[in-house]
Write a protein that binds this ligand. Sequence first.
Ligand code: 13P
Length: 122
Amino acid sequence: MKKIAIIAHDGKKPEMVNFLNRNLEKLKKVELVATGTTGTHVENTGLKTDKKLSGPIGGDAQIAALAAEKKLSMILFFRDPLGKHPHEPDVQMLMRICDVHNIPIATNPATAQLLLDAFFKD
Ligand SMILES: O=C(CO)COP(=O)(O)O
């Protein structure tokens, strides 16, 4: 089964939840993995997800490891460009690993929608 990773910074969690609710039917058809607090929000929509550690304590790094192992179809990362994040090096590492391994990564809701629509077009 295809696996999609969901990550959201705190300032973008409401937008992430709106996105999930608009795309529930599609997202029910794939396996989801998420960073810890994001995962709790994902579960509150009724979707199931494999919850990793919270971002600041290693969750982004765990998602990056899955990307490096080519176990992810895409990453939907609702980044907050206006926030300060103690684990910014992990965020940069995640994006770099995606580029190294050519894993699609959306970093805002508009791109996330385009990626998801493309993924389910057939
Ligand atoms: O910090 C994050 C992304 O960098 C997300 O972590 P949480 O889902 O645990 O809030």
